[in-house]
Design a protein around this ligand. Sequence first.
Ligand code: SF4
Length: 434
Amino acid sequence: MLQLNDPFIITHPETAYQSDDLSIFLNVRENKEYAKVSYPVKYGIFSRLETREMILEFNLNHEIQHARSKTRHWLHPSEWLKRTVSNDWIYYSSGGYAGVYEAIGEYYLPNFTYPTNSLLGGQPFEEPEVAKIYQNWPKLLAAVPNSRPDMPARVAEWLGQVKHITKADLENKAQTLFEICGARTTVLPPDARHSDYNVIPLTIADGCLYKCRFCKVKNKKPFTPRTPDDIRRQIQELAGLYGKDLVNYDALFLGEHDALNAPADLIVYAARESYDRFGFARSYMTRPRLYLFGSVDSLLDADPHLFESLNALPFETFINIGLESFDAATLDQLGKPVTARQVGLAFDRMQSINQACARIEMTGNFVMDNQLSPDHTRAVLNLVRHRITHALPKGSVYLSPLSFARPSREMLYDFYRLKTASRLPMFLYIIQRL
Ligand code: SF4
């Protein structure tokens, strides 16, 4: 619907073409805020092409971003494929498993083409109809007529632009993204689900402190903060890369694995500079969020003023701390060089920050695996139930299965047992990359 106060009317005019077998809507406006709802919703401004067999959606750079088949071979009419800025395809399934929302805090379960630690979901990418869409969309798109006598010129021009972009172009663009940041983001914080993982990654420090033995996402780089000059360079290049689609973003991920260990002024500088240069105040999306990882040491060493500064930013900030275990033997087994005492202190500090800072949520991760000692589970329970006097709505705890190779579903029972007892919100952490 046309809104007279819509600042995007001029820059992104809506245009439609409809016939019996083809409809194209340019610059469709969907939700301005990410929502947790049990029906499919889309976000931002994009364009939609619909034939009798399929729906393809394209971002403002004319790159494919969503797709689904309309045939009876598609798994479920409310499920869809999404392509990320790093050129991964993700299949969003509506469940088939009723407890998706309770398990992950979201109504739709992401399924990936790469190995991860999810306890839930099936193998949608093995379905021929799913493969047909995500692998053959250029061919399907090529079969759509370039123009028709009754088609508005703007629509015909758009069709030419979307057909012009090849799979190789999209892969090259993803490689450019990784080069700008220094590497691919091998893991995003679980909190990034609040922005449907649509984040702009900005590396403010490479590597991490611990190089834990159990970790499958680490790299070999020693922890090294970037310079303000390098951060400015990345922001400028990222703004160019996201291009016209930048108006659909309002979330920032400060990488890599322990941005909280960077100097406090660098963290705040990177967040402020990004907010300004990415134009988040003018974004179509209206709830800016900032995500970063932290470690036990970086949290215990952090200057209290940092949290005051972050709390005053125009972002809601989510800091995810890798706690992993509160049991000394398990920490040893994981090769995590922190003590259980430090983990307890970090946990306490997270609760204090959550209480003091309305716009910051500190969240924590613990591992889970049926090879781990029952002492580990008891110790987690000790923290999330006995160390807290009453149920709290904030400060989510994520349980992350250690195994990437089809983890045992029996672990779900352990998870629900802990979740029921926990006084903090508790979810499964499905490791997702960008
Ligand atoms: S768990 Fe975190 S700190 Fe440990 S190796 Fe992995 S990224 Fe580094």
